[in-house]
Design a protein around this ligand. Structure first.
Ligand code: LER
Ligand code: MN
Length: 269
């Protein structure tokens, strides 16, 4: 398994981003700590200078695990399942550009918060239909660029729409999506799954990306989750992708990033 860590290019209300600021400096720092990649949170895909970023990554021998753009949802209220078609379309356009950007780095495009929620007065079925329509539209582009989007089940306090790996799997199967797999975020799973390990095993053919944080969303090892058991179920399903530290920068970014890397070494990652 490869180790990655969350990095944002802009200050945002979204909490579990370990480093924010100058990308060149962060890449150097993260590589020195022993990470193999960064999960990059951008405001808009167009803000990235691909050539420069590639240079910084190459000279530090790390890559990009995923490219997320949560600001469109968190800061601007866009979502892929909004009842308003104009809002959905606006968001689809952003995701399409995000997919193109991800293709230059062989990165995934996580579909977490950006899928939205079932709004008051609307049903599960309608929301599912709008979300499916949006994803099918994005998938056409993902296929062209050979990019995987990873659907991320989230805990009930962040969305009321797709909370468990089983629900994510069921949705992907029902809509017959091919370039959409599952992102297993251990923090959310800790709230929603009956058993984290059993849920991982059941979703074995779907899990393509993994987010790590402990029960309190701090570095793995700083809470009360049983990471030995979690890692052994990932090993059991032959998972060899990225584990991304998407955690709160507590007590500060560098300490959290360091603690996580030490703990991962103890777990043989
Ligand atoms: C949200 O809590 C989350 O885990 C992300 O990966 C963003 O969608
Ligand atoms: Mn996550």
């Amino acid at each position: 398994m490869k180790k990655s860590i969350s990095v944002a290019t802009f200050p945002t209300k979204f909490g579990p981003l370990v480093f924010t600021g100058d990308l060149k400096e962060i890449i150097q720092k993260v590589s020195n700590l022993g990470y193999n990649g960064i999960e990059l949170f951008v405001k808009r895909p167009g803000e990235i200078n691909v050539k420069l970023l590639r240079q910084w990554l190459n000279s530090n021998k790390i890559c990009i695990s995923g490219i997320a753009a949560v600001a469109a949802f968190v800061e601007e209220g866009l979502s892929l399942s909004d009842p308003d078609k104009n809002i959905r379309n606006k968001h689809i356009e952003i995701i399409k550009r995000q997919i193109e950007l991800a293709s230059y780095f062989n990165a995934v495009v996580p579909i977490g918060l950006v899928r939205g929620r079932i709004k008051e007065g609307f049903s599960y079925e309608e929301t599912e239909e709008w979300f499916a329509e949006s994803l099918i539209e994005c998938e056409k582009v993902a296929k062209n660029f050979n990019v995987i989007m990873t659907l991320e089940p989230l805990n009930r306090y962040e969305t009321n729409f797709i909370n468990t790996l089983d629900e994510g799997k069921k949705f992907i199967k029902k809509i017959r999506l091919q370039n959409v797999k599952i992102l297993a975020d251990i923090f959310h799973m800790n709230i929603e799954e009956v058993s984290i390990s059993k849920a991982i095993i059941r979703a074995k053919n779907y899990i393509y990306h993994v987010h790590f944080a402990d029960s309190n969303r701090c570095a793995p090892g700083d809470g009360h989750l049983n990471f030995r058991e979690i890692v052994s179920s990932l090993v059991r399903i032959n998972y060899n992708g990225f584990v991304v530290m998407e955690m709160l920068p507590k007590p500060d970014s560098l300490t959290a990033a360091n603690r996580a890397i030490f703990y991962l070494k103890e777990l043989n990652i």
